[in-house]
Design a protein around this ligand. Structure first.
Ligand code: CDP
Length: 220
């Protein structure tokens, strides 16, 4: 039997990765794997346990972290210790700390191993920061989505307002710029396009237009 496709989607915060990854997965009958949710779940657990953000504690916590990605009506839900935390991992408190947590080499090693297991049999659309460069170096297709910082912040602001958070555009610009900066400068697997990634600037495109563009490259 022919192995199912693996598709890697990387890029900075708010470039539209998760929206288009879900759409592509549903069109092609693949599973959407949100790798950021795993780093977010670890961050949430550290916050809930009130253990601070010491590297040593985070590495220990990561080793026996019980995270599961489950699928309900095509949606990827995140379970932490058996509890659905899909909404909670997107709170500003988690967003403000996740990039530090994700910069710890041993945390990354652990998460990458889990993600590689998920991709082993093919059939996934995975989004993150290091999918094309590390987790799925042999992906059949690699995309790197970008957009201007203003547009990325505007998209994130709409999402946060819908969820009832009282934040301003400048707060969001500050948060995602800081996160991008940490993600680009970290020592292990920084945010950078894979050499063989197709780069798409989504600033002036709708999600549908981005998906159409991506599908035009995907020849099955
Ligand atoms: O949805 P958004 O783009 O805001 O972020 P996310 O995909 O949920 O990822 C949250 C954070 O996790 C990123 O800013 C990175 O610091 C980290 N991350 C990572 O280092 N590697 C990945 N493969 C995915 C996320």
């Amino acid at each position: 039997m022919k192995k199912k496709l693996n598709i890697a989607i990387d890029g900075p915060a708010g470039a539209g990765k998760s929206t288009v990854a879900k759409m592509i997965a549903s069109r092609l009958g693949l599973l959407y794997v949100d790798t950021g949710s795993m780093y977010r779940a670890l961050t949430l657990k550290a916050i809930n346990l009130n253990i601070g953000f010491s590297e040593k504690e985070l590495v220990r916590l990561c080793e026996d972290l019980d995270i599961e990605l489950v699928y309900e009506n095509g949606e990827c839900r995140v379970l932490l210790d058996g509890q659905d935390v899909t909404e909670e991992i997107r709170t500003p408190k988690v967003s403000q700390n996740v990039s530090f947590v994700a910069s710890i080499p041993q945390v990354r090693e652990n998460m990458v191993m889990r993600q590689q297991l998920m991709a082993k049999n093919g059939g996934v659309v995975m989004d993150g920061r290091d999918i094309g460069t590390r987790v799925m170096k042999n992906a059949d297709f690699k995309f790197f989505l970008t957009a201007s910082i203003e547009e990325r912040a505007r998209r994130r602001l709409i999402y946060l307002k819908e969820k009832g958070y009282d934040v301003s555009l400048s707060d969001v610009i500050a948060e995602i710029s800081e996160r991008d900066d940490i993600d680009k400068k970290r020592s292990v697997d920084p945010l950078v396009p894979a050499e063989d990634a197709i780069i798409i600037d989504t600033t002036d495109l709708t999600a549908e237009q981005v998906v159409d563009k991506m599908l035009s490259y995907i020849k099955i």
